[in-house]
Design a protein around this ligand. Structure first.
Ligand SMILES: N[C@@H](CCC[C@H](N)C(=O)O)C(=O)O
Length: 299
């Protein structure tokens, strides 16, 4: 009998992930294996993988082990590594709760973007699954200077650079449909603007302090939601609207609609950003390790 690898499937506002619980960091998750798992036809399908490892067992997280027992080793669908995944951190916390590793309340999670504080609200249970909001302390946004133009087909817009641990370019558009089908990444001027790639958000206004967005994610293509992207959008919109909590001393909250749901983003006077939204575990099962090995080899 061949070795089995446990997996779960979960999503946060339809940003979906294959979850691989691997406390001792024993599973060989090469970029090709990640891409095979995320393949929506030949694999399980997902925008990325959440590899759940004890911080003490992962070389990139050992230093955070005293503060956070679990490390979110996040990978994009193409196998690339990203510094942070906002929706992923909520789904990761939901998995820890589902597996009985943590209870409702506060939990610290180690990520490549540092230790994040997560609050799991009292949830409504549906069988083995739980629904309810999970809030993540996303840290501060950086707003690097520089003028960038983002283009899709014949249309171009100025974009605002926002770094949420990972890079974002936020463009305000008249109509979300103007972003086209996003089967290919938007282009930039100057072309050299993002040597490490970038996540691109297209934003329209819905109402005061309420916007809607679409996103093309580095390493995953168009997704139904992006947590770091929603935070970047909230900060870029606040500055466009002349709202800066550091100046007024008052928190600013934006509701951000994404194709897969709604996220609520609050920026505090000290610059700290909180993101709240749902996170759900939808399935669990086992993968044949032999299948994963050969599917990865074929890539
Ligand atoms: N969907 C994520 C962001 C995942 C990483 C991103 N694709 C990157 O490469 O920076 C989120 O919810 O933040």
């Amino acid at each position: 009998m061949s070795t089995r690898i446990a997996f779960l499937k979960g999503h946060g506002t339809e940003n979906d992930f294959v979850i691989i619980p691997d406390p001792e960091n024993a599973v060989d998750l090469s970029p090709a294996a990640v891409a095979a798992l995320c393949d929506r036809r030949a694999g399980i399908g997902g925008d990325g993988v959440l590899h759940v490892v004890r911080s003490a067992a992962h070389p990139e997280a050992r230093e955070m082990a005293a503060e956070a027992e679990w490390f979110m080793d996040y990978r994009n669908a193409d196998g690339s590594i990203a510094e942070m995944c906002g929706n992923g951190s909520r789904v990761f916390a939901r998995y820890l709760q589902h597996a009985g590793h943590v209870a409702e309340g506060d939990v610290a999670i180690a990520t490549r973007g540092g230790v994040k504080s997560v609050h799991i609200a009292k949830a409504v249970s549906h069988g083995d699954s739980a629904e309810g909001d999970i809030t993540v302390g996303m840290g501060r946004a950086l707003l690097p200077a520089g003028h960038v133009t983002v283009s899709v087909g014949e249309r171009s817009w100025p974009a605002r650079n926002v770094n949420m641990g990972n890079p974002h370019a936020v463009a305000f558009v008249d109509d979300l449909a103007h972003a086209g089908n996003l089967y290919t990444p938007p282009s930039f001027s100057p072309a050299s603007a993002y040597p490490d790639g970038v996540n691109v958000e297209f934003v329209v206004d819905r109402a005061p302090r309420h916007v809607a967005m679409r996103v093309h994610e580095r390493g995953s293509g168009e997704t139904r939601s992006c947590g770091t992207g929603a935070c970047a959008v909230a900060v870029a919109t606040a500055r466009r609207d002349g709202a800066d909590p550091a100046v007024t001393g008052t928190p600013v909250t934006y509701t951000v609609d994404v194709p897969g749901g709604t996220l609520v983003i609050t920026e505090h006077p000290d610059g700290e950003i909180e993101m709240a939204g749902p996170a759900v575990i939808v399935a669990e099962g086992e993968i044949d390790a032999g299948w994963l090995e050969s599917a990865a080899r074929r890539r």
